[in-house]
Design a protein around this ligand. Structure first.
Ligand SMILES: [Cu+2]
Length: 117
């Protein structure tokens, strides 16, 4: 009986957590692709905001370091986000920093930033 209560509690915690992470908090921060650009090229947001990506079929979005960004390379940042060609998804901006990201086939021009305030 004790075990059943424990398992039920664990399942409750598990489901409430997973539900939370599947429900983005807002829909105002959307990055799309237009031609060979990310729009907007600089997105300003607040910490904790959800940032949506909607990529055209020929574009990906790879988070890179500031140094990689400045040299227009595409080496992924360790533990950074990666959105594959044509994919949609989102990140939660939970770090007070500037996120730099690039589109691999359209460098050196196709790169953009997310500035978290
Ligand atoms: Cu591109």
């Amino acid at each position: 009986m004790k075990n059943q209560i424990l398992i039920a509690s664990l399942m409750l915690v598990f489901f409430s957590c997973s539900k939370e992470s599947n429900e983005p908090s807002n829909t105002e921060n959307i990055i799309r692709t237009s031609g060979l650009n990310f729009v907007p090229s600089t997105l300003n947001c607040n910490i904790g905001d959800t940032i949506f990506f909607e990529l055209g079929g020929t574009h990906n979005a790879i988070e890179v370091s500031e140094e990689t960004y400045n040299s227009s390379s595409s080496t992924p940042l360790e533990n950074g986000f990666i959105f594959d060609f044509g994919s949609s998804g989102y990140i939660v901006a939970n770090e007070l920093k500037t996120y730099y990201y690039v589109c691999t086939p359209h460098l050196p021009n196709m790169k953009a930033r997310i500035v978290v305030n």
